[in-house]
Write a protein that binds this ligand. Structure first.
Ligand code: PEP
Ligand code: MN
Length: 337
């Protein structure tokens, strides 16, 4: 249920309603809009009789949220959310480009990739230190050493960092180094992990599960928000379909659809979505044209030798060319890079 307050509602009136909701054993989540405040009420709402709340001073109307996800819904918050990652804003007019290797391999390679993507206009460096691999015999990531390399490249280039956390026990470690905690596709329904990153002060990048519906995706984001972390970015990264000519099928329908259903920023991962480096540029342009707030792209200085996902990684030169094309599309849809 959401309680929409009158534009002139006073702080005392708002506090009074919050106290009432708390006393009923429900959880009030306050969303401060530009001209009015909304209180989302989470829990068994039956205890709140709609009529009784409407008589409270300061209340304009009380409405049920019909969707199973509440806090992530557009009904809860009409304006687009903008997530701040150490000063880089995701979800505003500016398109945000996150780029870097699939896995952090060593400092030298990461530093050259970081410098290159920064020169081309990326503002966030990606790179996995904890890797979710299908085979337990494949490279699993450098762990904390990888996190240290990411921090060193941030220090040198100013790029912000996004990196994956796979285990609840690693959240305190990863959040010490990163600006954005990535929850990977394979952990989209790891509810304990979602609750744990939901308690963090760092923004979360939540990737869509490879067989998850949009409703399940938004329900997973609801876990993050309902634990208190409203700084959540959604990432469409391709889903599994009958089509096997590409690694996954990039579901670009998801972009305008999620924008309609939710206020959260949406970005697209055309690297995992296609699995082919030579499709990445076109699908990045398509993502921005569809309304995405940014892209996350794999870039490697030597894709042939990459420890993971070389076939879908762009060489820095190709990434640079991609960025030039993206600028024109961004402009065409009223955005900028
Ligand atoms: C990644 O970003 O490197 C990754 C493993 O992505 P996903 O979780 O989408 O497969
Ligand atoms: Mn990868």
């Amino acid at each position: 249920m959401i309680i929409v307050l009158r534009p002139d509602a006073t702080k005392e009136q708002i506090d009074h309603i919050i106290t009432k909701v708390n006393n009923l054993g429900l959880k009030p989540m306050v969303s401060q809009g530009v001209d009015r405040t909304i209180i989302g009420v989470i829990g068994e709402e039956d205890v709140l009789r709609i009529e009784s709340l409407e008589v409270y001073p300061g209340v304009e109307k009380v409405m049920p949220i019909l969707k199973p996800y509440k806090l992530v819904s557009r009904e809860f918050k009409g304006a687009n959310s903008v997530v701040d990652a150490d000063g880089v804003r995701i979800g505003g007019k500016k398109i945000v480009v996150m780029a870097g290797p699939c896995s952090v391999e060593n400092l030298e390679a990461l530093m050259s990739i970081g410098r290159a993507v920064k020169n081309s206009g990326a503002t966030i460096l990606r790179g996995g230190a904890f890797k979710p691999r299908t085979s337990p015999y494949s490279f699993q990531g450098l762990g904390e050493e990888g996190l240290r390399h990411l921090a060193a490249v941030k220090k040198e280039t100013g790029l912000r960092i996004v990196t994956e956390v796979m285990d609840t026990r690693d959240v305190p470690l990863v959040e010490r180094y990163t600006d954005i905690l990535q929850v990977g596709a394979r952990n989209m329904q790891n509810f304990n992990l979602l609750k744990e990153v939901g308690l963090s002060k760092k923004p979360v990048l939540l990737k869509r599960g490879i067989s998850a519906t949009i409703k399940e995706f938004l329900m997973s984001a609801e876990y993050v928000l309902s634990s208190g972390n409203f700084n959540c970015i959604l990432c469409e990264r391709g889903i599994r379909t009958f089509e096997d000519a590409t690694r996954f099928t990039l579901d670009l329908n998801a972009v305008p659809l999620i924008k309609k259903l939710s206020h959260l920023p949406v970005i697209v991962d055309p690297s995992h979505g296609t699995g082919k480096w030579d499709l990445v540029s076109a699908m990045s342009r398509a993502a921005i044209a569809a309304g995405a707030d940014g892209v996350i792209v794999e870039v490697h200085i030597n894709p042939e030798e990459a420890y993971s996902d070389g076939v879908q990684s762009l060489l820095p030169g190709k990434f640079d060319a991609m960025m030039k094309g993206l600028g024109a599309v961004a402009k065409a849809v009223g955005r900028e890079i």
